[in-house]
Design a protein. Structure first.
Lengths: 426, 113
């Protein structure tokens, strides 16, 4: 029995008829060849979120990002008071990696007045201009203005810094973020400067982890032992239903109930949660941040607790009722491995009690993520195995999964069609 | 015997024997948890949990800023360890997250305090 109303078509999935209702194949998550297509068709072409403006607080603040899925390393720098610039992390002299410390494959960050290559000392201004060449007179007709750092398109949406590695891209970030992004504009992300970042190497295809975090159908089962036993049996009996799903272009969002902050009955939660007034849904006494933008709890439902956004391809934002934010990023490193990043953003605590309440929310998130991550490895090994099973059913609460795999397929097909019509390289 | 190397607010000085749980990072707290036996985790929980209300009331009076006194920071970190330890004691009945195998999920950036 449905607890929350569904669209007139009878289901969320059928409200978006192009998705179909047939069982789904995960062949897109098991093959190295398909991953190569995704790298070119998706990660090399779409806007990718690589950080927040607060990570680049002053002129010359920079960080590097290793984007294996797009086959490159980039440097993002605050190049003037209000400008952010991104470059391929490559010295124009002989191709040395320009910015790194100790281990060339590891990401780094810092503040500098200019970039200096470790190899032969070539220097670049923050805007990428080549300003110094060691023994310049030894070169042949070298004009420094011909050798700036190779820029990467870089734009900011609501304080989130994005890059696009397709030099021919003509879609501004704001347009790419679409209606979904516009409906979230004005949320005070910039006030949530108390940040805890986590990172994990996960033995599964990147899409499988997004699949896990865009459906809550698993929550009453997989995470049952985190609830006290009365609550656990209630949850399993009730199951999970979202308040609403909304798909828009490649992006999507889920509105969820979440009456756990605070819970109606204190016996529903673990002892430490009662004392610290916090838990998975965040500190119960969240800060006042004013009115929410229209995209958060769009139905203004009383039972609302979380709004989860998936910005294609690999960036999720979860906005919680007690006014804090979780972000997820999934960075593929092969067809069956990826790096998962999770970050918790809070308004800075005013006292030690508030800091402690935030800590409990953060470590509860970690416990859940550990369970989720390991379950994915179990899934990956089996969908890669040579069983006769090739398709799998998806229910209406798994619409975001259907949409993600559908969107990936559309990008890959469009890329294949476009490149098939290009003349072969000479 | 109280451990003189870890200062705690006077009202919590009796918790000094658990001073080894005063750890400044989530990673250290989690590593200590998975390296401990259930008996050790239970002993720490049983000592601090009954005092948690009192600790929270104390910490509520302490502004969270760069001037936070060392003894209050130590109490905060000890209570953060209790958050980490609460899962094995209140839910899992084992130090590790069940079915988490070799999975890791590490803090790469967190507040200084």
């Amino acid at each position: 029995m449905a607890h929350f109303a569904k669209p007139a078509e009878g289901s969320w999935t059928e409200h978006y008829p192009w998705l179909g209702t047939a069982p789904t194949s995960y062949a897109d998550s098991t093959s190295p060849e398909y991953y190569e297509l995704e790298r070119k068709a998706i990660f090399g072409r779409t806007w990718l979120n690589v950080g927040r403006v607060e990570q680049l607080p002053k002129l010359g603040s920079y960080f590097t990002r290793e984007i294996d899925a797009a086959g490159t390393s980039i440097v993002v720098v605050r190049s003037s008071a209000d400008e952010f610039t991104a470059f391929h992390n490559l010295c124009r002299h002989r191709g040395n990696k320009l910015v790194w410390n100790d281990y060339p494959g590891e990401e780094t960050s810092g503040v500098c007045r200019q970039f200096t290559c470790k190899y032969h000392g070539w220097r670049y201004a923050l805007d990428g201009e080549l300003t110094f060449v060691q023994q310049e007179s030894e070169f042949f007709d070298l004009d420094k203005s011909d050798y700036p750092l190779a820029t990467v398109q870089c734009e900011v949406w609501e304080g989130f810094v994005f890059v696009n590695l397709d030099a021919t891209n003509t879609t501004p970030l704001k347009e790419f973020m679409g209606e979904t992004g516009a409906s979230l504009a004005g949320y005070p992300f910039g006030e949530m400067t108390q940040v805890h970042r986590y990172r994990a190497e996960v033995g599964s295809n990147w899409k499988l982890f997004i699949d896990a975090f865009t459906e809550f159908y698993h929550a009453p089962v997989l995470h049952v032992r985190q609830a006290v036993s009365d609550e656990a049996s209630k949850l399993q009996e009730y199951g999970y239903e979202a308040l609403a799903y909304k798909l828009s272009g490649p992006h999507g969002q889920v509105s969820s109930w979440g009456g756990m902050s605070p819970p109606k009955d204190l016996n529903m939660v673990k002892p430490i949660e009662r004392v610290l007034r916090s838990g998975l849904f965040g500190p119960w006494d969240g800060p006042d941040i004013g009115d929410l933008p229209p995209g958060v709890n769009p139905a203004r439902h009383k039972a609302w607790g979380i709004e989860s956004f998936l910005f294609f391809p690999n960036f999720m934002i979860l906005i919680w009722k007690p006014n804090w934010v979780l972000t997820y990023h999934y960075w593929p490193t092969s067809h069956n491995t990826h790096i998962f990043e999770g970050a918790c953003y809070f308004v800075p605590p005013k006292n030690g009690r508030e800091r402690l309440a935030q800590e409990l929310a953060v470590v509860t998130f970690k416990e859940y993520a550990l369970q989720d991550g390991n379950t994915l490895e179990a899934t990956q090994t089996m969908i890669e195995s040579r069983t006769p099973v090739t398709t799998f059913p998806l229910n209406d609460q798994e619409i975001m999964i259907r949409h993600l795999h559908h969107t990936v397929d559309a990008y890959v097909q469009e890329f294949q069609q476009r490149t098939a019509t290009l003349p072969a390289p000479a | 015997m109280p451990d003189p190397s870890v200062s705690l607010p006077p009202a919590f000085a009796d918790l000094a024997p658990f001073g080894d749980w005063v750890l400044p990072t989530e990673r250290e707290r989690y590593d200590k948890r998975v390296a401990s036996s259930m008996d050790e985790l239970q002993a720490f929980y049983d000592a601090l949990f009954p005092r948690l209300e009192e600790a929270v009331a104390y910490l509520e009076q302490v502004p969270y800023d760069d001037d936070m006194p060392t003894d209050a920071i130590n109490l905060l970190w000890m209570c953060c360890s209790l958050c980490t330890v609460s899962f094995p004691v209140e839910a899992w009945r084992q130090p590790r997250v069940p079915d988490s195998g070799a999975a890791t999920f590490n803090a790469v950036f967190e507040p200084a305090i």
